[in-house]
Design a protein around this ligand. Structure first.
Ligand code: MRU
Ligand code: ZN
Length: 189
């Protein structure tokens, strides 16, 4: 994620499921491109650190939300890419629609490029309980991720590798949309 420029400064957070009751997640703060073992801690599915005093990611509740709703998910990745940040500010509606891209098939759920896929865009907030409420009890099933407006993208998958492949596909598609807007010189609806 660092190599692609998706975790600039203190942005981004990363987690993986440990078992049915806990996850490993990055500590709050710090540069995610330079993680050591001590920068990753364990929390339960309510976001409470297993070791009292540990300070998990400020966005831990968003990760827990995914693990609780989607039992097959083994990893969640969050980055602050330029494409996700800029495009979600240009698009004013509640979704970014992707259509006609071969890369859509990377999401495994779709077996053709000939579909329209809506990436949900939720309004950003510093109140994670409110964000979880706004996202709703059911996460999208048609795409393994969502965007927080002006903030960045979340993506998940069965394994860390699978979650990374999904994030790469999502970021590629967002970058294509942004490039298209730049070439056409149009602002998104
Ligand atoms: C530029 S700081 C970014 C944070 O506000 C936040 O959005 C983020 O992604 C990282 O927070 P963290 O608490 O380190 O997991
Ligand atoms: Zn963030």
């Amino acid at each position: 994620m660092d190599r692609f420029g998706w975790v600039p400064s203190f942005g981004g957070n990363i987690s993986a499921r440990l078992d049915g009751r806990s996850i490993a997640i990055t500590r709050s703060g710090g540069r995610k491109g330079f993680l050591g073992r001590d920068n990753i801690i364990a929390v339960d599915l309510e976001g409470r650190p297993l070791n009292a005093g540990d300070r998990p990611s400020a966005e831990t509740l968003l990760h827990c939300h995914v693990y609780r709703d989607l039992p097959e998910v083994g990893a969640v990745l969050h980055g602050h890419s330029v494409a996700a940040t800029v495009l979600s500010r240009l698009v004013t509606g509640p979704a970014i629609t992707l259509a006609g891209y071969e890369m859509i098939k990377a999401f495994e759920i779709h077996h053709t490029h000939d579909v329209r896929v809506s990436v949900p865009v939720f309004e950003n907030s510093q109140d994670m309980e409110r964000l979880v409420h706004d996202i709703g009890p059911e996460l999208p099933r048609h795409i393994p991720g969502y965007i927080l407006r002006g903030h960045g993208a979340y993506a998940w998958g069965r394994t860390v590798d699978n979650a990374m492949a999904n994030l790469e596909a999502l970021e590629f598609l967002l970058q294509c949309e942004l490039e298209t807007l730049k070439v056409r010189g149009l602002s998104a609806a």
